[in-house]
Design a binder for this molecule. Structure first.
Ligand SMILES: *[C@@H]1O[C@H](CO)[C@@H](O)[C@H](O)[C@H]1NC(C)=O
Length: 159
């Protein structure tokens, strides 16, 4: 009985993770710890900065380009999202970037994350990340392995 319950809830979890396409329509960009079990470490603000303050989470629109797993992103009340030098950023005048994923359930089951080419792990310049509650959101950039704090993938939470 117990095994059956666990199997059914696992099945439900798997089904719900494939019922809607990640990075399609309206959602939040969640910062997901790149180490198992891939905890949710907050979200990105409308400017593309890392925060743990939920009311600051931006609302993003993802539009598929027609190519497999390719899409553009923009943030409500801000603007298109792109990569400014190495920083992920959204705002007026930002050159829109075509983002991709590695496919559903990659790099981990139930997880679909943003990538640009081979890069998908983000870090900050701060002594620690994520920033504590109430702190200024932090800009993020592709990690180089020398940064302090936790590294994150950008996952999608459909709204
Ligand atoms: C993708 O988004 C469009 C527009 O919001 C929606 O019509 C479509 O059903 C979505 N596709 C999937 C697979 O979620």
């Amino acid at each position: 009985m117990r095994t059956q319950t666990i199997t059914l809830s696992l099945l439900a979890a798997l089904c719900s993770s494939v019922s809607a396409l990640a990075f399609n329509g309206t959602g939040q960009l969640r910062t997901v710890y790149n180490r198992p079990p891939h905890d949710d470490l907050g979200c990105l603000t409308k400017d593309g900065k890392w925060t743990v303050d939920e009311p600051l989470c931006g609302v993003f629109t993802a539009v598929r380009t027609g190519n497999y797993n390719d899409y553009t992103l923009s943030a409500e009340g801000s603007g298109p999202c792109g990569i400014d030098h190495i920083y992920f950023t959204c705002g007026e005048g930002v050159t829109p970037r075509i983002f991709s994923t590695w496919g559903d359930n990659v790099p981990a089951p139930g997880l679909t994350v943003l990538r640009v080419g081979q890069y998908g792990v983000f870090a900050t310049d701060a002594p620690d990340s994520p920033p504590p509650p109430g702190a200024e959101p932090l800009r993020i950039h592709f990690y180089s392995a020398s940064e302090k704090g936790k590294y994150a993938w950008l996952g999608w939470k459909e709204l």
